[in-house]
Ligand binder design. Structure first.
Ligand SMILES: Nc1ncnc2c1ncn2[C@@H]1O[C@H](COP(=O)(O)OP(=O)(O)O)[C@@H](O)[C@H]1O
Ligand SMILES: [Mg+2]
Length: 278
């Protein structure tokens, strides 16, 4: 694939006796916005965590397996993290379902943390930021519509506001890739749309590559040209989102489709039967 920024080759992951990812390979090109869908427990978070080296893959049997690179940097291979994983990670913005802000710090201080990967550790530890770093943080906050909240304690914000601040932190980090793990799963529909609009704008305007895991297909259909559908640790679909119709989803997920297609009226078994006949 041309200008591939995320490459996963034959990734396997086992927790204890339970294998949760199976020979998973995936390429994502620069500037794509890709949805990763799947019901709860399908392995979305585990895959995303491998991409930024938060989790190590199994030791492989073959040379090429368990190899992950992002932006040309090897994040991990052969079950070992790169020695420079922290530096590589500074190019990857990570957005979590539960926002991961430091609640006792102000909004501005949280966004300034986005600079940590680029400045000397002692400056970060003392929270000494230059005027231009503060200005960059403010620009990011303005972009997500949160500038007026800069002095507020993060813990006092609503979920949607916290998620926008988390995205401002990734912008301040100047992340070239954003991995968003169910960023809207804890939000009301209006905040969810707002957060997805912001991610789509960052993708379209800055050409930042976005891989976003989602519980529901509706948002993938609205925002992501490509969808990767995971089920029990395997990719069952990887292609254009518009071709992933409800009947195809029902074929892939069976009764679990109720988690992915919403709103689903009536009982899932009836839906699956109807879809199978469609
Ligand atoms: N740290 C862990 N220890 C043991 N099992 C885990 C761990 N993390 C995830 N799992 C298991 O891996 C599977 C996939 O989980 P996860 O990646 O969180 O799925 P998803 O994000 O799609 O809901 C689940 O069965 C989960 O219980
Ligand atoms: Mg998850």
């Amino acid at each position: 694939m041309q200008d591939c920024v995320i490459r996963v080759s034959e990734l396997n992951k086992t927790f204890g006796a339970k294998q949760v990812l199976f020979d998973l390979s995936l390429d994502i090109a620069r500037g794509e916005m890709v949805a990763l869908i799947g019901s709860s427990g399908s392995g979305k978070s585990t895959l995303l965590r491998h991409l930024s080296g938060l989790t190590r893959a199994d030791h492989p049997k073959q040379d090429e397996s368990g190899h992950i690179h992002v932006m040309g940097d090897v994040i991990q291979q052969h079950g070992r993290l790169s020695r420079n994983v922290r530096r590589h990670r500074s190019k990857i913005g990570y957005v979590f379902q539960q926002f991961n802000l430091v609640g006792r710090l102000s909004v501005m201080e949280n966004v300034l943390l986005g600079h940590l990967g680029r400045i000397p550790r002692w400056r970060g530890a003392c929270r000494l930021f230059s005027e231009s770093e503060k200005k960059a943080a403010m620009t990011s906050l303005t972009r997500v519509g949160m500038a007026e909240f800069c002095d507020r304690r993060a813990s006092t914000l609503s979920g949607g506001q916290q998620q926008r601040v988390a995205i401002a932190r990734a912008l301040t980090q100047r992340a070239e890739v954003i991995l968003a793990d169910e960023p809207i799963a804890s939000l009301d529909p209006e905040s969810a749309k707002n957060v997805m609009d912001i991610l789509a704008d960052i993708n379209a305007t800055d050409k930042t590559t976005v891989l976003v895991s989602l519980h529901q297909i509706d948002y993938a259909r609205e925002y992501c040209p490509r969808t990767v559908a995971l089920k029990k640790g395997r990719i069952h679909y990887n292609g254009a989102t518009h071709s992933l119709c409800d009947s195809r989803l029902a074929q892939i997920y069976g009764a679990e489709v109720a988690e992915i297609v919403t709103p689903l009226h009536g009982d899932p078994a009836t839906f699956v039967r109807q879809m199978a006949m469609a």
